[in-house]
Write a protein that binds this ligand. Sequence first.
Ligand code: UGA
Length: 435
Amino acid sequence: MKEKIGIIGSGYVGLVTGACFVHFGHEVVFNDIDELMLEKLNKGQLPIHEQGLQDLVDFGLKNKLIDVTTDKKQLVSECNILILALPTPPKADGNADLQIIRQACKEIGQSMAGPKIIINKSTAPVGSSHLIREIIRHYYPGDFDVVSMPEFLQEGKAIESSLNADRYVIGFETKTSQKVRNQVLDLIKPFNSPIVETDNRTAELAKYICNAFLPLEISFINSMTAVCEKLGVDIIEISKIMRLDKRIGTKAFLDAGPGYGGMCFPKDVWSIIGIADRFGYTHKLLKVVDEINVRQQISVAEKIEKFVKGVDKPRITILGLSFKKNTSDVRFSQSKVVIEKLIEKGFSDITVFDPIAINNFRQFNLPINYAHSINAAAQDSDCLVIMTDWDQFKELNLIEIYNKMKSKNLIDARNLIDKEMAKKLGFRYVGMGRI
Ligand code: UGA
């Protein structure tokens, strides 16, 4: 059955979720407080860069499957299924701030005149479905259902990782009827991914725990970088050997690098620490995961400092500003941490390049230069640092770069480069856990 689905919060998760439903022929109405963004979306102009998203949005607009509105009343009256994809930013104590969700639920409740299915995709602590129910019920005493469906998409491959997800987790309330359960399951079945049907508290907690486990893997491998460097062992080989252990797995997050960034891992690790704190449990393990992550980012700045020691007013080149490849997202970008550290240490000649994240990065107002090509960024540089794992950095023309640079220092914070080739050309090379 084709549904009309309202997406409340048309940011990363909302846009991708809506686009995927459009792919399966459902009608989608996007809602947001950002009117300009919605207007642009309605003309096919997207606020984010995600492979495949433009095609789906164009398809939806062409086939009149997409509409936009800032008006929640209209949205609620038109759509029987409402998906919450709202931000839950971290508060000072690490816990997720649910203010935006609270406000949206108030407006939903005030607008409801009949039963609806409200699906929460925002990453929100255990008990959020209950909170959503309580707020809506305050304004609308009739019947409705709240479902928790955590989001597991990966930025940079959001459409692909949604259409071919490892699993969909759907948390229902005990009272949810089989009819409503089937309606929700029918929405998700075409995704052709395993579905875990569970209760909403389990679904809510599962998301957090998954987003704490993956950073644990990253910080684990990053904690080994210094050891590998001291012993002259290449960490890439270690990760390869580890991943061949089926209990660890070929896709384990064991790429050593400049630490994890992005809007999910840092925030969700802090959030779990905050949740545990509230229950009187000090989550030492995750505190260390976070500490290692911060340390790892700073260690890149230290490597730079070491390489250009003695150079007068060194020119530093940073390649990559987004927190990972294939996205323009610079939230909790590792490059920002490194650049700020360099500025703090007195570096005043920093040039950066990124294929698509430059405009987003400008918002930080850092005293740096923006280059519009790799070669321009490398011109007269004393140290070139690869911060993001963009494919084009993997395929750097090392000879060209070498000829442009003043001092031949190369810091490969993503372990992308053929280090033997770099050294043969005359570069002084260091990666993360490889020398
Ligand atoms: C992450 C999770 O992977 C998704 O499952 C989840 O849905 C999402 O958060 C979310 O909560 O919305 P995302 O933040 O888009 O997805 O990106 P990841 O691919 O997980 O990478 C996160 C960070 O870890 C990046 O900075 C990446 O470069 C880094 N990373 C990843 C490593 O340093 N090493 C690795 O081996 C893997």
